[in-house]
Design a protein around this ligand. Structure first.
Ligand code: CA
Length: 582
C-alpha cells in the first residue's frame, strides 16, 4: 500500500514537470541561449555563433568517462552528407537530415516523437550535396529551409505544418541549406545558388506566420523591399550604386548567395551574413570589385539596411566565396568579429563599423595574395596567379591554367569554428589543399551551371589535409594544431570544461584539451562526421551530441582528395553521450 502511494506520487511529479517544461521559445530565451548553456535554442549555440558552452561537468578530468547514451538512425536510403546541428528544447531534440528531413526525438532516450519528410520535386539543384545544417526555434515552432527553396514551420509538439513559404524558384537554381537565424523577433534567411547565377539576398519574415517583412539583395544594383501586413511591397532603395563596382549587365545574375546564413550580436543590433562568389566564376567577364560578393554584410535587423560591408576577396576569381560565419566577441571593451575566410585569411573586424583590425593567414599555402594591407583593408593580389582570360588563350576556349591555394573548397568551408572567451582562442577547422583552375567562355542560362571555369582539386601534403588550429586573434599565431589525414568538414565546439570537440571524416568525435590540443577522448560514430557537436544539461546530466554521416562537397568535387578518401562510407545518425555513472 505504502509503496503504491509513493510510486503514484513519483509519477505525478514526473508528468507535472513535463507539463511545466512546455514553454514557448521567446526572444529573451534566444538572447540568453549562449549564457545559459542549458538548452540549445539556436544554430551556433547562441546567435553570436561562438559555439562555447559554459557547462563544466564534462571536463578534462572527466571526459575519459564519456559513453554513448543513445543513437538514432535517420533511416531510409537517403543517407549522404549530414551537416546538421541539433537543437534542444523541452526535453526534445530537433535535428534535420539530408533530403530536407527533420526529426523530433526524446532527448533523454532517443525515442522518435515525429518526423517530417519534405516532398522534393524532380530537378532540385543543390550544388554541394543534399545537406541541411539545422533549424530555428521560435514560439511553439521549429522552422527549417528545404532544398527546393522553401521554408517550413512545424509545431514542435506534433510535427504538423503550421506554415510553408516559397523563397524562390528551385528551377532557377535556388535552394536553401542553412539554419535560419532569429533576431529581434524576426526570422532571417538567405539563399543558395551562386553556381547558377541566382541573386543573393537576406530576407526577414515574421517567424509565426512566414510573412515577409523586408528583403535586401546582396548584389549591387538590385532593389530592396519592405512588405506590409497584406504582403504589398514598397521599394526601400537599391543595394549599393548600380554599375559602380560592377559595370555591364552581369550583376543582374550576380550570385553573392548567402548560403551559410548569418549571426547576430545584441550589442550592435546587426546581423552578419557572408556572401558567396560573384557569378560566373570567370572573373574576366565582370571587371570591378563586384559588390557585395565574397563579403561580410552587416545589416540593421529592423530595416534591412546594409550598415557596412567588408569584402574579403574583391573581384573573386577562384570561387573563394566569403560566406564563412562572422563570430562576434568582446576584446578590450570592443565588439569584434572573427572570420576564417575560404580564401585562407583570418580577419578580425570591428563589428560596429566594419573596420579591419587584423588579418593573417590560417593556412600555410596561399597563392592568390601575399597578404592583406591593414591600412586599406585590401588584399595584395598576385596578378600572375589569377586564372587567365579565355579570350586571350591560344584557341579562345580556355584561359591559362594556374595552381591556386587554397582550393575553392577553402581554407575553411561550411564547418563552423568556435571561440572560447576563456582562452581567447578561435578553434579553426582548416584544410590545406590547392587546385588547378582555368576559365572558359560561358553565358547565363536559367537553371544551368554558370561557372565559366574548370578545376581539379589537388593535395599539397602527403600526410594530412585537415588541421584543427587554435589561433590567437591578436597575435595571428597558431597556438597548437592537430593534423588530420582527411579534410576536416565538421564544426567545432569548445566548453568551460577546457575542452574542444570536433569530428573527422574518418568517423571520430574527438575531445581535446583547449589549451594544448592534447587528445583526451574519441569515439567512432560509424560514418564520417561533417557536422558540429553540441552540449546541454538535462537535470544533473551534461549531454554531448553530434550527427554522423559522410558527404558534403568533398566527395562530389574533391578531385584527387575525393579519390584519396573514397573508402569512407555514408551514414545518417545522431549520437548522444554522457558520463558513465561507474
Ligand atoms: Ca560558390
Amino acid at each position: 500500500m505504502k509503496t503504491k502511494l509513493i510510486s503514484s506520487l513519483v509519477f505525478f511529479a514526473f508528468s507535472g514537470s513535463q507539463a511545466v517544461h512546455a514553454t514557448a521559445v521567446t526572444d529573451a530565451m534566444i538572447e540568453n541561449d549562449a549564457k545559459s548553456g542549458k538548452e540549445i535554442l539556436t544554430y551556433g549555440m547562441g546567435t553570436q555563433g561562438q559555439r562555447y558552452s559554459p557547462l563544466t561537468q564534462v571536463n578534462t578530468k572527466t571526459v575519459s568517462k564519456l559513453v554513448p547514451a543513445w543513437s538514432f538512425s535517420f533511416g531510409g536510403e537517403k543517407q549522404r552528407g549530414q551537416e546538421s546541428q541539433p537543437l534542444i528544447h523541452d526535453g526534445k531534440m530537433f535535428v534535420t537530415g539530408s533530403y530536407s528531413r527533420i526529426y523530433a526525438l526524446d532527448a533523454r532516450t532517443g525515442a522518435k516523437l515525429w518526423k517530417y519528410e519534405h516532398r522534393l520535386p524532380e530537378g532540385i539543384m543543390p550544388c554541394c550535396d543534399v545537406v541541411n545544417r539545422g533549424a530555428a526555434l521560435y514560439d511553439n515552432l521549429v522552422i527549417f529551409g528545404t532544398l527546393d527553396a522553401q521554408l517550413v514551420a512545424l509545431d514542435q509538439k506534433t510535427g504538423e505544418v503550421v506554415w510553408k513559404e516559397k523563397i524562390d524558384d528551385y528551377a532557377a537554381g535556388y535552394s536553401n541549406t542553412a539554419a535560419p537565424l532569429i533576431a529581434k523577433g524576426l526570422l532571417l534567411t538567405g539563399v543558395s545558388g551562386g553556381e547558377f547565377g541566382v541573386v543573393g539576398r537576406v530576407e526577414a519574415r515574421d517567424p509565426k506566420t512566414g510573412k515577409m517583412i523586408w528583403m535586401r539583395p546582396t548584389v549591387e544594383g538590385h532593389m530592396g523591399y519592405k512588405y506590409d501586413k497584406d504582403g504589398k511591397k514598397t521599394e526601400i532603395g537599391i543595394s549599393g550604386t548600380t554599375n559602380k563596382t560592377w559595370p555591364g549587365e552581369l550583376w543582374k545574375t550576380g550570385g553573392a548567395s548567402t548560403w551559410l546564413g548569418g549571426t547576430y550580436d545584441q550589442s550592435t543590433g546587426l546581423a552578419y551574413f557572408g556572401t558567396g562568389n560573384p557569378s560566373p566564376w570567370n572573373s574576366h567577364l565582370r571587371p570591378g570589385d563586384n559588390l557585395f560578393s565574397s563579403s561580410t554584410v552587416a545589416l540593421d535587423v529592423l530595416t534591412g539596411e546594409i550598415k557596412w560591408h567588408y569584402q574579403t576577396t574583391p573581384h573573386d576569381g577562384w570561387d573563394y566565396d566569403g560566406v564563412n560565419e562572422f563570430i562576434t566577441y568582446q576584446q578590450n571593451g570592443k565588439t569584434l568579429g572573427g572570420k576564417a575566410d575560404r580564401n585562407g585569411f583570418f580577419y578580425v573586424i570591428d563589428a560596429k563599423n566594419g573596420k579591419l583590425e587584423n588579418a593573417f593567414p590560417f593556412v600555410k599555402k596561399i597563392t592568390w595574395a601575399t597578404g592583406i594591407d591593414l591600412k586599406t583593408g585590401r588584399p595584395n593580389f598576385v596578378a600572375a596567379n589569377r586564372p587567365g582570360d579565355p579570350t586571350k588563350g591560344a584557341d579562345g576556349a580556355k584561359g591559362n591554367t594556374v595552381f591556386s591555394a587554397p582550393s575553392f573548397l577553402g581554407g575553411k568551408n561550411q564547418m563552423p569554428m568556435a571561440y572560447s572567451p576563456k582562452t581567447n582562442l578561435f578553434y579553426v577547422p582548416a584544410n590545406e589543399w590547392g587546385m588547378e583552375i582555368w576559365n572558359e567562355p560561358v553565358s547565363y542560362k536559367k537553371g544551368a551551371a554558370y561557372l565559366g571555369a574548370g578545376f581539379t582539386i589537388r593535395t599539397i601534403n602527403d600526410d594530412y589535409i585537415g588541421a584543427l588550429r587554435a589561433m590567437g586573434p591578436v597575435t595571428g599565431k597558431i597556438v597548437w594544431e592537430n593534423k588530420n589525414v582527411a579534410p576536416l568538414w565538421g564544426g567545432v565546439m569548445t566548453t568551460a570544461g577546457d575542452l574542444v570537440f570536433y569530428g573527422t571524416p574518418e568517423g571520430y568525435l574527438k575531445a581535446v584539451d583547449a589549451k594544448t590540443g592534447k587528445e583526451m577522448w574519441k569515439f567512432q560514430t560509424g560514418s564520417g562526421v561533417v557536422a558540429p557537436p553540441v552540449t546541454w544539461m538535462d537535470g544533473d546530466t551534461q549531454y554531448v551530441s553530434v550527427v554522423s554521416g559522410w558527404g558534403g562537397a568533398v566527395p562530389l568535387w574533391g578531385g584527387d582528395v575525393a579519390k584519396k578518401v573514397n573508402y569512407l562510407e555514408q551514414g545518417g545518425s545522431v549520437w548522444v553521450f554522457k558520463l558513465s555513472s561507474k
